[in-house]
Design a protein. Sequence first.
Length: 365
Amino acid sequence: MNASTRVLSRRELNRATLQRQQLLRRESGPVAELIERLVGMQAQAPLAAYVALWSRLEGFDPAELSALMLERRVVRASLLRSTIHLVTAEDCLMMWPLMYPVADRGLRGAFGKQLAGADIDALVAFGTDLMSREPYSRSRLRDVLGERWPDRDANAMAYAVSYLAGTVQVTPRGVWGETGPAALQTIESWLGRAPITDPSIDDLVLRYLAAFGPASVADVQMWSGLTRLREVVDRLRPGLRGYADEDGRELFDVPDGPVPDADTPAPIRFLPEFDNLLLSHADRRRVNPAKRTVPLPPGNGAAMGTVLIDGDYAADWRHHRGADASLRVTTHAPVPAAVRDAIEAEAIALLGLIGSKETPVVVTS
């Protein structure tokens, strides 16, 4: 860092990220366009992305996303960090070849001992052939692979195929108002096109910076799961804008990346349990200054998550159904009456998506 490098405060980084994530002000526009601009949305919980999009898009209609999924223009696939993300079909075809090393490393870390000595290539080829014809759940894969290689760990083999074959989770799973098993089919058979053979990692890094920057090399690596990205950023450096954070870490940004004033108002926003806003930086203090753990609870999503207060993760929410239905918000510290009123108003609006606006809202600390 040289003497002329602009140092960005935590709040400036917060506001820059919120603006790029479309969380300072809802905007109108096509769902697929926003998903692409954000380079995918965390979707491990199948319905979580509906809440994430509702918080970002004016007049969001869940039927629009459902239609995109049923038309196979948007898919849920294991990509960034080897976790399931909602991406456009084009991005799925581009990202899978880049994310393959992440999947391979994750598999070997989790199941290396169980798969020692196995012919992984033959195993994945066999599984790929199965899933190119029809969807398979992991349990069904386990049964078929166990019959084919009875002396091997069937569970580890099923994970090997699901990690390395390049798959999507097929509909109706992830479609609003529908249910379905977590069934996998190959990307190529589901989309009718093969993944891109030589995608650009440079372009992917630039898109990350546009959606999450300014950011460090470690941030890009945390978001993607990839390693050794310093050489990529160094290659891009002449065309990037440089900053530093308050700890002196070097940050990079696209030339036209907005950095709003630190005092820019940030409204109350409800996020799903595993929104990428909270997960896509090595230093997460820009939105999570208390460094709270963000758990991934079981379930389909759209029932619980986190709340941004003045731009920071400062509360949790949960929608209870049944006879004692309520939407409960627990703030991490007491809040002024005006903030409580704003939380209640946003909660009632959220209930228009996930339940009934007549459901009581309870805010506690």
